[in-house]
Ligand binder design. Structure first.
Ligand SMILES: CC(C)(COP(=O)(O)OP(=O)(O)OC[C@H]1O[C@@H](n2cnc3c(N)ncnc32)[C@H](O)[C@@H]1OP(=O)(O)O)[C@@H](O)C(=O)NCCC(=O)NCCS
Length: 174
């Protein structure tokens, strides 16, 4: 079952980030959240939406829909984009013992459905070019690479999906 994370889950969020970062093949696969970003996204009035899956009270997978798109606004390929109708899917991580079971697909599908309900028409995402699982996971959602770019000193593929392209068999679910 998917749970919407609130400030009550902040410690789970931090722990999941720390454990994921410690187990990566390359530390550059994950751009760490700063303390102030974490404070911001867990404010009660924040637009950001973070979904997680818990098993026996342990957070085993999470992904978020984030609305601070400042990292993308100067990209020439996105100049025609209405940023007020866009959001980023990011902070996507599944604990190693639970990977390859479809948790990320389910979480990101639910986030996309939530985005669509809010009138979001474009989803952006990024992945390190050599992070095969992350790239595959995004491509499996139907996301397409725009280009490779530099995000705060991290190499990233920039992905975009316009939501009319997103067709999901469980689209009618909440
Ligand atoms: C990238 C990541 C989030 C993917 O999470 P995941 O939960 O393993 O993803 P999924 O299970 O939804 O999909 C992975 C594969 O499992 C397959 N899968 C789905 N359900 C399955 C099942 N029941 N049994 C076996 N395999 C299954 C999917 O088909 C997919 O394979 P494909 O790409 O060949 O189609 C995960 O690898 C991860 O946490 N990596 C480290 C952190 C990271 O790099 N995050 C990205 C940067 S923020």
């Amino acid at each position: 079952m998917i749970t919407k994370l609130t400030f009550l889950h902040k410690a789970d969020f931090v722990r999941m980030n720390r454990q994921t970062a410690a187990g990566l093949a390359d530390p550059a696969f994950l751009i760490p959240f700063s303390d102030s970003e974490i404070e911001t996204v867990f404010k009660p009035d924040a637009p950001d939406l973070i979904y997680g899956v818990f098993e026996a009270d342990e957070l085993i997978a999470m992904s978020g829909l984030y609305f601070n798109l400042d990292d993308f606004k100067d990209e020439p390929e996105l100049q025609a984009l209405d940023f007020s109708k866009a959001a980023e899917i990011g902070g996507s991580m599944t604990s190693p013992a639970h990977r390859n079971k479809g948790f990320m697909y389910k979480l990101n599908s639910a986030l996309i459905r939530a985005a669509r309900r809010q009138g979001i028409t474009t989803i952006l995402a990024t992945a390190h070019p050599e992070n095969n699982f992350s790239n595959r996971s995004l491509q499996r959602m139907g996301m397409r690479i725009v280009k490779e770019f530099d995000r705060h000193g991290y190499r990233r593929n920039l992905y975009r999906m316009d939501l009319e392209q997103f067709v999901n068999s469980s689209d009618s679910e909440t």
